[in-house]
Design a protein around this ligand. Structure first.
Ligand code: SF4
Length: 320
């Protein structure tokens, strides 16, 4: 069974902002996005900051409310569920964050942080079982169980991320949304956390939605990749194919910026002009057209559909 299926998801935020064309009252952070994740699979979600990745991840775990569309988790549409109905499902649907320190209560000991999840879901009511379970979880993420009575500030950044992972693991999730989980860490620590996530996936069959701006990390950990630009998926497919033969001009530019991923050494670095435009007032037609090196007049007026160009490989571009 598919773990997660997102269908035509839209997340719009109401804002009031005057533009030359009138009043814009909606920020389209996620605009008609569909994808699925299989058990034990890692799907990477990449794009520059401001493209809607984090909003999409938070909506999948219902920290944000979708405007429309469906989120099917283990076959059930959770997009319209309220907090009470979600409680049991949320156990199987966890999130780890970029800033582990910000997501850990500084006044709680590690034992309480990890144990809280067990208590909420009444997973180990007996105190000695609970203690052993917490020690086992800390051991599984590479932390010394004797540190259970310490506070988050007594750990390094990498260790704090391990605490966040232990907390997510406590409730035996089927899917963890990993929002830039290593981007605040040193490179050597990044590798340790990535290896830990891969080991846990192999042992427990957990699926990951792995959000990152670093394509090299995403290629390493993901079986499939989604490339997002201004709220829309512009390319998706197998990680190796996307990194070896990117078809969308935006993906090509992202990959050319990571020398270790540019498998064709003859290819030149593609420098995109400007920054990602504001999603409050996105460009007409193809959102990418003001920065696209091969844009044609049609690109300014018509939004390209996401088409399957090879089995499992989808691209949204008029010229592909
Ligand atoms: Fe570039 Fe046009 Fe393709 Fe958009 S549709 S990526 S502007 S060529």
């Amino acid at each position: 069974m598919i773990v997660l299926e997102v269908r035509s998801l839209r997340v719009h935020f109401a804002v009031a902002k005057r533009t030359f064309a009138g009043v814009s009252n909606s920020l389209r952070a996620v605009d008609n996005v569909s994808f699925s994740i299989l058990p034990g699979e890692t799907v990477g979600l990449v794009g520059e900051s401001g493209c809607g990745k984090t909003t999409l991840g938070r909506t999948v775990v219902k920290l944000l409310k979708p405007t429309s569309g469906q989120i099917l988790f283990e076959g059930e549409d959770i997009s319209t569920w309220g907090a009470k109905k979600l409680r049991q499902t949320r156990r199987r649907l966890q999130m780890i964050f970029q800033d582990p320190y910000g997501s850990l209560n500084p006044r709680m000991r590690v034992e309480s942080i990890v144990g809280e999840a067990l208590d909420i879901h009444r997973l180990t009511p007996k105190p000695d079982l609970r203690r052993r379970r917490i020690e086992s979880l800390l051991n599984d993420v590479g932390l010394d169980p004797s540190t259970a009575n310490k506070y988050p500030h007594q750990f390094s950044g990498g260790q704090r991320q391990r605490i966040g992972i232990a907390r997510a693991l406590a409730v035996e999730p089927a899917l963890i949304v990993c929002d830039e989980p290593v981007s605040a860490l040193d490179v050597s620590i990044q590798a340790q956390i990535i290896n830990l996530l891969q080991d846990l996936q192999r042992d427990r069959g957990i699926a990951y939605l792995f959000i990152a701006h670093d394509l090299a990390v995403v290629e390493h950990i993901s079986q499939r990749i989604l490339v997002m630009y201004l709220g829309r998926i512009v390319e998706s497919g197998e990680a190796e194919r996307i990194c070896r033969e990117p078809k969308h001009p935006y993906t090509q530019a992202l990959i050319s910026a990571v020398p270790s991923l540019d498998h064709d050494s003859r290819r030149k670095r593609i420098i995109l002009p400007g920054d990602v435009p504001s999603p409050l007032n996105p460009p007409s037609g193809c959102h990418f057209h003001p920065r696209c090196p091969i844009a044609e007049p049609k690109c300014r007026t018509e939004a390209p559909a996401l088409r399957e160009i090879q089995p499992g490989h989808h691209v949204a571009c008029h010229l592909v």
